[in-house]
Design a protein around this ligand. Structure first.
Ligand SMILES: [Zn+2]
Length: 264
């Protein structure tokens, strides 16, 4: 295969507060995509959309989409503490070009993932054929708010809305979080896992390949906090069949985000 073909299923734009990110703008991202053969990317919330929300942040993501010629798609952020306002913005964005779904981040929004206040987001995704991408991680002594985003906390929503395509970011993190994420992907046919973030575990790709159905793992970078080349290399150099590498780098993300079906 030649030319740009990779889909990065999880990255961000904008100034990134506490995280060191020497480049963060859409223009830098687009030139990086060109260099690394990344055809399309899912903008999983700009830093402004994740931390402050609001209409301007959403409109900025739409602008990133338009300036990219449609290569950057974006997710609206649902903050359960501002549920009505979040829903109003999602309703507005659902017909916009490049809008692909909803991002949830229980740790940033200080609300556990199983909380009933998220039900509106899940219903909205179900009613509108949207994908949900949610932060997930394992228990962390140095970052205790990660406990709000443990994979198992999402399972009630998944059971109530089995039709929703649900991507758990970071494969549930490390250790017990990852084990739970793998169990859920093996149990629920529309649960996907992305590779974004610093889950640099030994033989991760080989382990994932053997643990879940072959259509569930998505390449993601968490750019600009991490360099996409790290995770692209891990996929390309893994001891797994080339046919599966192609699914991870491209095909699974197209399915998980219905990239061919939704209007560009
Ligand atoms: Zn992220």
């Amino acid at each position: 295969m030649s030319g740009a073909f990779i889909v990065d299923a999880h990255l961000h734009t904008g100034e990134h507060g506490p995280f060191f990110a020497p480049e963060s703008g859409g223009r830098r991202l687009r030139s990086l995509m060109d260099r690394l053969a990344i055809e399309r990317a899912i903008l999983a919330g700009s830093w402004a959309a994740l931390t402050r929300g609001g209409e301007a942040a959403l409109a900025d993501m739409r602008r990133e989409h338009e300036e990219s010629g449609g290569r950057i798609r974006y997710l609206g952020v649902f903050d359960p503490r501002e549920a009505m306002e979040s829903l109003r913005l999602l309703e507005k964005a659902k017909g916009w070009p490049g809008f692909q779904g909803i991002k949830l981040h229980p740790s940033f929004h200080r609300t556990p993932a199983e909380d009933p206040s998220y039900e509106r987001a899940w219903s909205f995704a179900a009613d509108n054929g949207l994908t949900i991408l949610a932060h997930s991680w394992s228990p962390s002594e140095y970052n205790p708010v990660q406990a709000l985003s443990l994979p198992s906390r999402y399972e009630g929503h998944v059971r109530r809305h089995p039709e929703v395509r649900f991507v758990m970011a970071h494969c549930g993190g490390r250790g017990s979080g990852r084990a739970e994420a793998l169990r859920m992907a093996g149990t629920h046919p529309r649960v996907f896992l992305d590779l974004a973030g610093d889950i640099f575990c030994f033989h991760l790709l080989e382990t994932l390949r053997n643990a879940v159905p072959e259509d569930r793992i998505l390449f993601g970078s968490d750019y600009p906090w991490l360099d996409p080349r790290a995770n692209i290399s891990r996929v390309l150099l893994a001891d797994v069949p080339d046919s599966w590498k192609r699914k991870v780098l491209r095909d699974n993300a197209i399915r998980a985000f219905a990239l061919e079906e939704r209007l560009s």
